[in-house]
Design a protein around this ligand. Structure first.
Ligand SMILES: Nc1nc2c(ncn2[C@@H]2O[C@H](COP(=O)(O)OP(=O)(O)OP(=O)(O)O)[C@@H](O)[C@H]2O)c(=O)[nH]1
Ligand SMILES: [Mg+2]
Ligand SMILES: [Zn+2]
Length: 292
């Protein structure tokens, strides 16, 4: 039996890619009867029934699973924000970083449209790199930073996410002109692009790696978290957590909080800490709703 990856599902067929060829496969009846769900990104075993057709016999265990977009075995999330048009919202950046972390996916921040504001890109880089994140600065327009991005994407499966109009599809087109993904100018009136990207598909890059383009969004809820878990998703807090006076410290109003001391000493970005507090209160509200 051969092995491959499902790159697309459409019209009852699963398109399985294996050794640079693509097979339109159906599910073996046994799997269908079991109600087996097959996701884009699933690694499957199949038998070929023709040069371009086959039958899926087995699913390999999933390493991870994203709910939105629904993709299995994602290795990393490329979180694309523009330095402007639209302006980046740091709270949305932090939400996406937490969601990636909670889903077991490695986040890579990509500050795009650097041609429109190098200082803004540098400013955000100086917040997020010391916090422990990989940050790329790119321009789909000038090609700046694309080699570094290509290098990051070279292995495994990467999902592009971020607000509408940030340039996700443009970056992918610049990396791989053959993709011809639809892009759309950011509407001056509403300050953000219309959603131009729809179905989920893994796109192979000629330099290696599979990528998923997704439609942008402007707001996002946190995954269900306990209030005490949130700080775990702030890598730069980790070194200080053992020094808080109280176990279960939420790093809010508690005395003897080592995180707050680190913020006061300039060792943790105030922007990140303030976002932490906003998200903490959101998590607490969410918990209350759950137990009401
Ligand atoms: N100046 C400049 N413009 C860019 C850059 N990247 C993308 N754009 C423009 O920004 C607009 C939106 O780009 P898209 O690639 O469609 O954005 P997207 O993130 O895919 O948007 P959705 O699919 O709606 O989520 C287009 O008009 C692009 O030409 C860049 O690096 N610099
Ligand atoms: Mg797009
Ligand atoms: Zn604390």
């Amino acid at each position: 039996m051969r092995a491959g990856v499902v790159i697309k599902a459409s019209g009852g067929f699963y398109y399985v890619r294996s050794e640079a060829a693509v097979y339109a496969c159906v599910l073996r009846g046994r799997l269908r009867r079991q109600g087996q769900q097959v996701l884009v990104g699933d690694e499957v075993e199949y038998t070929a029934t023709g040069a371009q057709s086959g039958v899926i016999e087995n699913l390999r265990p999933r390493r991870s699973r994203l709910v939105r977009p629904p993709v299995a075995n994602v290795d990393r999330a490329i979180l694309v924000f523009a330095v402007r048009d639209p302006y980046p919202n740091p709270l949305l950046i932090d939400r996406l970083l937490i969601q990636a972390g909670a889903a077991g996916v490695i986040p890579v921040l990509c500050m795009n449209k650097a041609d429109l504001g190098a200082e803004k890109a540098a400013g955000l880089t100086s917040v997020y790199r010391p916090a422990g994140y990989a940050v790329l600065v790119t321009s789909a327009k000038t090609g700046a930073g694309l080699d570094a991005l290509r290098e990051v994407l070279r292995t495994g499966v990467s999902v592009f996410a971020g607000p509408s109009g940030a340039g996700k599809s443009s970056l992918l087109n610049a990396l791989e002109p053959g993709l011809s993904l639809k892009t759309q100018a950011v509407s001056a009136k509403i300050g953000r692009g219309r959603h131009t990207t729809r179905h989920v598909e893994l796109l192979p890059l000629s330099g290696g790696g599979l990528v998923v383009d997704t439609p942008g969004f402007s707001s996002l809820a946190l995954p269900p978290l306990e209030r005490t878990e949130l700080a775990r998703f702030f890598p730069e807090f980790q070194a200080y957590l053992p020094d808080c006076r109280f176990t279960g410290c939420l790093h809010d109003q508690e005395p003897g909080c080592a995180v707050k001391q680190a913020v006061a000493a300039g060792k943790i970005s105030r922007l990140r800490y303030e976002n932490y507090l906003k998200l903490l209160h959101e998590v607490i509200e969410q918990e209350k709703r759950k137990y009401d």
